[in-house]
Design a binder for this molecule. Structure first.
Ligand code: SOE
Length: 396
């Protein structure tokens, strides 16, 4: 069986998630499309990188991302850095002929994302953006229902992504609150996950009308800009710096196929942890999903008799998407790790088969255009249209 060497850049939260997926993918998907080999890992210092290599099982380590991109044995470059580094690394990796998986959002702005999309298209490499939630089996099952026409013509989508890790004003000013590094706040960090789901399930978004708010205008400076996701609380008298991104976003959506929708994102909603939800209404039924109960899909069909019509709960398991590779009994539990393992499988399958994989950099670019439109709509207090992307998906 073929082995594919991976070079991972970024040994933080996402580095951990991706490393787990490389190790575990063949344990779930067997025969695997190819076996991932953890070749080289990069982090901000030589010490951090060496620790990452030991912890996550990589042969080599470096503090210079160019060594990863130029490594003759590396076939896949995995970009798990803060957002401001994505574009330069991706363009260099494409020029070196490497296949690429890049964490979301693809870039800080649509303009930056466009350069990345063009680079991978010109290089003819396989490219993927790590919007992992569409690979939750219950979400893929929702897509199956839709594609089979089980809920008829889609008329509306209501999506939310609500978290609370930044609700505490004393949680530090990590890179996620700085426009120069992150590009935007809740919009890019978590709103883009729901935009990906909306496009996956309903279709292209053609216009937005949004409101953004920044609730905590400054936060305590954090040593080294580390990404503590609300866990590190500073003393009240610590020096502070400005937050120049959105904390909260609400937008209306227009879809090209005539459906309408709404989307909300915040990291300041006390009590909400990873409340990524959608509710879809069609002419023949409805589907509801909540990631906090991710083994379940709620479905309701108009064709059910009036005396028994209502939502029923389907627990995902072996008969459902990816089910045979996962656990043998429904409701044993799908986790964040499994979504990353499935993502890794689909990427490797695309590489081995020399084929397209979604979401690719074209999707990432279009999502960046929608994000930019959301920022513009809030600033101008008006609807902003999003033209369709002329895509050449997946590979080249
Ligand atoms: C923080 O909001 C975060 O880590 C996001 O950046 C991830 O994409 C999300 O899946 C979990 O929350």
């Amino acid at each position: 069986m073929r082995t594919i060497n991976v070079g991972l850049i970024g040994a933080g939260f996402m580095g951990k998630a991706h490393s787990l997926a490389y190790a575990a993918m063949p344990m779930f998907f067997w025969p695997a499309p190819a076996v991932p080999h953890r070749k080289i890992i990069c982090d901000v210092t030589e010490e951090a990188a060496a620790e990452g290599a030991q912890r996550y099982g990589f042969d080599e380590s470096t503090a210079d991302w160019k060594r990863v991109v130029e490594h003759p044995d590396v076939e896949v470059v995995d970009i798990a850095t803060p957002n401001h580094m994505h574009a330069e690394i991706a363009r260099a990796a494409a020029a070196a002929g490497k296949h690429i998986i890049c964490e979301k959002p693809l870039a800080r702005t649509a303009e930056e994302a466009r350069t990345m999309y063009e680079a991978v298209r010109d290089a003819g490499v396989v490219h993927m953006v790590a919007f992992n939630y569409r690979r939750t089996p219950a979400v893929a099952l929702a897509k199956r229902y839709i594609d089979e026409g089980a809920i008829g013509e889609l008329i509306s989508f209501r999506g939310t992504y609500l978290q609370d890790w930044s609700a505490d004003p004393e949680s530090p000013l990590s890179w996620r609150f700085q426009r120069e590094i992150a590009g935007s706040g809740a919009v890019g960090d978590i709103g883009t996950h729901v935009i990906d789901l909306a496009r996956y399930l309903v279709g292209e978004i053609s216009g937005v009308n949004a409101m953004l708010k920044t609730w905590v205008p400054e936060r305590p400076l954090s040593a080294g800009g580390a990404d503590q996701l609300g866990t590190g609380r500073s003393a009240g008298d610590a020096p502070r710096g400005p937050v120049d991104v959105d904390d909260e976003m609400i937008t209306m959506l227009r879809f090209s196929n005539g459906a309408i929708g709404s989307l909300e994102a915040t990291r300041n909603g006390h009590g909400r942890n990873n409340f990524l939800t959608f509710e879809l209404h069609g002419t023949e039924g409805s589907i509801v999903f909540n990631y906090e109960r991710r083994d379940e899909l709620q479905v309701c069909f108009a064709s059910d008799g009036a005396d028994r019509k209502g939502f029923r709960t389907v627990y995902t398991g072996a008969p459902h998407p990816y089910g045979e590779a996962l656990w043998p009994i429904p409701a044993l539990g799908i986790g964040y790790g499994e979504t990353k393992i499935i993502e890794c499988h689909d990427l490797f399958q695309a590489i081995v088969g020399q084929e397209a994989v979604s979401p690719d950099f074209g999707d990432g670019y279009q999502i960046a255009r929608i994000s930019d439109a959301i920022l513009e709509s809030s600033a101008t207090e008006s609807w902003v249209s999003v033209p369709p992307l002329e895509t050449t998906p997946g590979r080249g």
